[in-house]
Ligand binder design. Structure first.
Ligand code: TTP
Ligand code: MG
Length: 541
């Protein structure tokens, strides 16, 4: 028997980018509105949809079906991202089990909330629409739970509207897959629940396997080679036969999905694992032009980083080279290297630090592209792929002493290149895990997301042990003199060696400081000279 114990809500914002533009400029509300990116209308308001404008339609086509279409450029995702995070934050008021899916969808596991509500109210009215019929409803208790789920969904949607003026759709079901599917049944600004007795009808209603959200294009194609195109045909497949092609795990999952079964939990969403930007361009052939493009990308990227609030640790360059002899074979190449976190003091890049970063970026570029030969670059991308949290040290002893520490440290380690008031915690304080749409399903929807992978970080506040702040250096960069700077173990040695000596030193120093903080605090602490305020305080303890 299927598991009906959970109550899951899927929330999808109506015509998301278009709504944000309408909220920003209410005069657009009564006009057919399309959001354009390059030559495509990525979405449109529901008025424009009445004329036949569809998602991802060419602008020329859209103008044909709707000559009055008003177009707003939607290439800058800043506002969309802001609204997206605000919606998720509102949802997190209800439960911390909120999982983001792209920019405009969220799953909530409200099972606990339902139980609490059931204890306080005894009127389980259904709110909104239901899919299928209400004959032969299950008696395990899920019917009442899902009804309470519909009340919670309505409350949440009302709150989103009240706070942000955005309308949404919701699907309520016993698992994520069904909640997502049933969410689309009544649009816009409506919600729909499906009870277990109508699950099979809902699945068969999808008709084609390609309409099952979690089954990607490649799988759909492989299945069609076996003449399996419809959900019903998939349901009739033998799991062992499917396993021969897809492996037993995937075969079982596919069969489960075809029957509307999905045991995946709602995973708490945190911050993205990487923040990046890409620009495709006409072929660039000059290094100076590359540098100027990358500089623009870097500045735009820093806006995103500031918004995110974490300090980048690793920078990655992506390059797509045009191949004259085989235009179809353009491939992407990437190179990455660690950067000194001190470059991002207060998440502002000073001109000097920007120049340092550009040196690193151009070094990476020269590793991917032989600039002595002619080259044609058709895409450039920059992303930060690892981060450390900027610590909030308010109300702590350290905060109280911060000024002293900085003065002290300046005296103590005058040889060090730079000091950042931002301190990082051991990465072991965080538990990261992926929680997004599979790349397959993102590809299926043909979307491009700036923050390409979303991850979770634990909610435990970062605790800064006083003893972890070592101010005395036993290994100053001056000790290294003109000697070869050691390459930190997690760096690409080749890229590292190509960096100018001062940058190598910075990267090494950054690594060394982190290493000292994270390992052997007690041991290294004992070795340090007791000439700082913190050392003094520690001894007093
Ligand atoms: P969707 O949720 O697919 O569409 P929507 O919110 O605009 O409309 P609906 O009312 O049907 O939910 O996508 C969310 C946003 O993502 C959309 O507003 C624009 C953007 N988007 C892209 O950038 N590229 C795409 O290919 C699609 C489909 C959407
Ligand atoms: Mg939407």
């Amino acid at each position: 028997m299927d598991d009906h114990s959970r109550t899951i809500i899927h929330i999808d914002i109506d015509c998301f980018y278009a709504q944000v533009e309408m909220v920003k400029n209410p005069s657009l509300v009564h006009q057919p509105l399309g959001i354009k990116q390059k030559n495509i209308v990525v979405t449109s308001n529901y008025l424009a949809r009445e004329y036949g404008v569809t998602k991802c339609m060419l602008i020329s086509e859209a103008k044909k079906v709707c000559p009055n279409l008003v177009l707003v450029n939607g290439e800058d995702l800043y506002d969309y991202r802001q609204y997206s995070y605000k919606v998720t934050q509102l949802l997190q008021n209800y439960t911390d089990l909120v999982e983001r899916l792209g920019l405009d969808e969220n799953y909530l596991d409200v099972t606990k909330l339902v139980t609490e509500k059931q204890n306080s109210i005894n009127n389980g009215n259904l709110v909104g629409y239901f899919y299928g019929n209400t004959d032969l409803l299950c008696e395990c208790g899920c019917t009442e739970r899902l009804k309470v789920g519909t009340q919670i969904a309505q409350e949440i949607r009302d709150l989103i509207y009240k706070e942000l003026k955005l309308t949404t759709c919701a699907g309520i079901a016993q698992n994520k897959l069904l909640a997502k599917i049933v969410c689309t049944k009544n649009k816009p600004n409506k919600q729909t629940v499906v009870f277990p007795n109508s699950v099979n009808e809902l699945m068969l209603d999808l008709n084609l396997v390609k309409n099952i959200p979690y089954i990607g294009n490649a799988t759909v194609e492989q299945l069609s080679n076996f003449n399996v195109k419809t959900v019903e045909e998939l349901q009739n497949c033998d799991v062992n036969e499917l396993a021969k092609v897809f492996g037993i795990e995937k075969a079982k999952n596919m069969l489960d999905f075809s029957f509307g079964r999905d045991t995946a939990p709602v995973k708490k969403t945190g911050k993205p694992q990487s923040i990046g930007l890409e620009d495709s361009c006409r072929a660039i052939t000059a290094e100076r032009e590359i540098e100027s493009k990358l500089q623009q990308l870097l500045l735009r990227l820093m806006v995103l980083v500031k918004e995110d609030g974490r300090i980048p640790k690793t920078i990655k360059l992506t390059v797509r080279k045009f191949n004259n002899s085989n235009p179809q074979s353009a491939t992407r190449e990437t190179r990455q290297c660690n950067v000194n976190t001190a470059l991002f003091k207060d998440l502002e890049l000073t001109e000097a630090n920007q120049a340092k970063l550009m040196k690193i970026i151009m070094t990476l570029f020269r590793k991917v592209v032989d600039i002595k030969r002619s080259f044609h670059i058709t895409l450039l991308g920059l992303s930060f792929t690892k981060f450390v949290e900027k610590l909030s040290v308010r109300n702590t002893l350290v905060s109280f002493l911060t000024k002293d520490i900085e003065v002290q440290s300046f005296i103590d380690i005058a040889n060090q290149n730079s000091r950042s008031p931002v301190r990082e915690a051991s990465t072991s304080s965080y538990a990261y895990y992926d929680n997004v749409d599979s790349p397959e399903s993102l590809a299926k929807r043909g979307r491009f997301f700036v923050a390409d992978r979303i991850a979770e970080f634990s909610d435990s506040p970062i605790k800064l042990g006083v003893a972890t702040l070592r101010l005395n250096s036993t290994e100053s960069p001056m000790d290294l003199g003109e000697k070869t700077v050691p390459c930190p173990p997690d760096n690409d040695e080749e890229v590292f060696r190509a960096l100018p000596n001062d940058l190598q030193t910075e990267v090494w120093e950054d690594y060394r400081r982190k290493r000292e903080r994270t390992i052997g605090n007690s041991k290294s602490f004992k070795r340090s000279k007791p000439n700082s305020i913190l050392n003094y305080l520690n001894k007093e303890k």
